[in-house]
Ligand binder design. Structure first.
Ligand code: ADP
Ligand code: MG
Length: 293
């Protein structure tokens, strides 16, 4: 490989909106045969909105929004931002939580106005030994059946509400997946989100293989298992939760619109956060190295 050709390839990448960490990255890019795609913020926009709220008889919607919103206001998760925005719109400035803790891949917990509050996946609430009353269980199933992520709110040992949140698939995601397939890569969707939502998104963009409800620390294992099958794996992600998997993959690609942690862990950054540019990167590496040999 001549350094000049690689430099030209790197420069061409910059023009396409691809930041390449080092010229040697192009060689790995050329060999990739499997591409693991994070869902939220990578295949979808990551701009979540609160679409449904269900509360128990003992709690009003504004009380739930205020208390859950106060806690989520301290988190940067796209779901947290959706809840905090809806809460601020409905109830005004939010109280400041105490003892805030982010539970990666599950939700948040803390104290709001003297209440011990949990907001997150059904599993976060179940792990705390709190069960859902039948009306909330039904609301949860209804949300998930419609492709909305169900977020449960509990405080002082009782489940109070279920929110349905959702974002949209990015405009170019389906075309991007089709291009990656045409280049001979197998696309795989990887997400911490629930199976029903993950499968709805996969269907919409044309992905057959889905790994859902994967905790952040387990995303790495999915990549390692694929590598153990002899595959050369690329991973595309945007979140703090994706950083370890991005670093483990033979090729890590970060959305330029994503977190610093994801960008630092990656070999390539897609400046505009457009998945279609992933296919451009593969084509660029193949062309650049073809001229070298
Ligand atoms: P992804 O892999 O899709 O980027 P994450 O690993 O960040 O998702 O989160 C997995 C799931 O955990 C989310 O779909 C959501 O149900 C739940 N979750 C995580 N953080 C929060 C939060 N701050 N508030 C509510 N739910 C959360
Ligand atoms: Mg993400």
């Amino acid at each position: 490989a001549t350094p000049t050709a690689l430099m030209v390839g790197t420069g061409r990448g910059a023009q396409l909106g691809i930041l390449i960490k080092g010229p040697e990255v192009l060689e790995t890019t050329r060999r990739v045969d499997t591409i693991v795609l994070d869902k939220t913020g990578t295949v979808t926009t990551g701009r979540m909105t609160l679409q449904t709220t269900h509360t128990t008889d003992t709690t009003t919607e504004s009380a739930v929004l205020r208390i859950a919103g106060a806690l989520e206001n301290a988190s940067e998760h796209p779901i947290a931002q959706a809840v905090a925005t809806a809460a601020t719109d409905a109830t005004g400035p939010l109280p400041t939580p105490e003892d805030f803790t982010n539970v990666p891949g599950l939700g948040v917990q803390g104290i709001v106005e003297g209440h011990a509050v949990l907001v997150g996946r059904p599993r976060l609430i179940a792990d705390a030994g709190i069960s859902l009353p039948p009306a909330l269980s039904r609301a949860l199933e209804e949300d998930e059946a419609h492709g909305r992520t169900a977020v449960v709110v509990a405080w002082d040992g009782e489940a109070r509400s279920v929110f349905g949140v959702a974002d949209a698939v990015k405009e170019s995601s389906a075309a991007a997946v089709a291009e990656l397939r045409a280049l001979g890569l197998e696309p795989i969707l990887l997400t911490g989100d629930n199976r029903a939502v993950a499968e709805a998104v996969a269907r919409e963009v044309g992905i057959d293989t889905v790994h859902a409800e994967v905790l952040p620390e387990d995303k790495v294992d999915v990549v390692k298992r694929l590598q153990a099958e002899g595959r050369v794996v690329a991973m595309v992600g945007d979140g703090v939760n994706d950083a370890a998997a991005l670093a483990t993959a033979s090729l890590g690609l970060a959305m330029g619109t994503g977190t610093d942690a994801a960008i630092e862990a990656s070999d390539l950054t897609l400046v505009r956060g457009d998945l279609k540019v992933t296919a451009d990167a593969i084509r660029l590496s193949r062309r650049t190295l073809a001229t070298i040999r």
